[in-house]
Ligand binder design. Structure first.
Ligand code: FES
Length: 125
């Protein structure tokens, strides 16, 4: 893929974010801020009794990369179990984004994943 194609993926998710919104009966939720810019994101998650992510939505105000990150992440992890999420690394997610994220934008991209981990009370080693 060319750099422009990568950029288009981010742009598409930014303009038409998947899973953008709220879940009324969410049973896991968190809000996180990117300390570098003040942008924030909230994740609403509906976990099944067996600990599977049945539904997930995000909302908040952020830059194109953070918003695309929320969109791509929620698509990627819907249906995953808590056990799978505990093994889902930053690297896995950045790979999922299929875009060359500069070090300066890493925090933007990872805001979604950090918010999901906070909602699920997952601490990565
Ligand atoms: Fe704030 Fe990207 S500039 S999350």
């Amino acid at each position: 893929m060319t750099f422009d194609m990568y950029r288009e993926i981010i742009l598409d998710h930014y303009k038409n974010p998947r899973n953008f919104g709220k879940i009324k009966n969410a049973n896991a939720q968190a809000n996180k801020k990117n300390p570098l810019c003040g942008d924030e994101m909230t994740m609403d998650i509906k976990l099944s009794k067996a600990g599977k992510i049945e539904d997930i939505k995000f909302h908040g105000a952020g830059c194109s990369v953070s918003r695309a990150g929320g969109s791509i992440l929620t698509e990627a992890i819907k249906g995953m179990s808590l056990a799978q999420m505990k093994k889902y690394t930053d690297k896995d997610f950045l790979k999922e984004m299929q875009a060359p994220i500069t070090p300066a934008r890493r925090k933007c991209a990872l805001l979604a994943l950090e918010t999901v981990r906070a909602a699920l009370k997952i601490k990565m080693k």
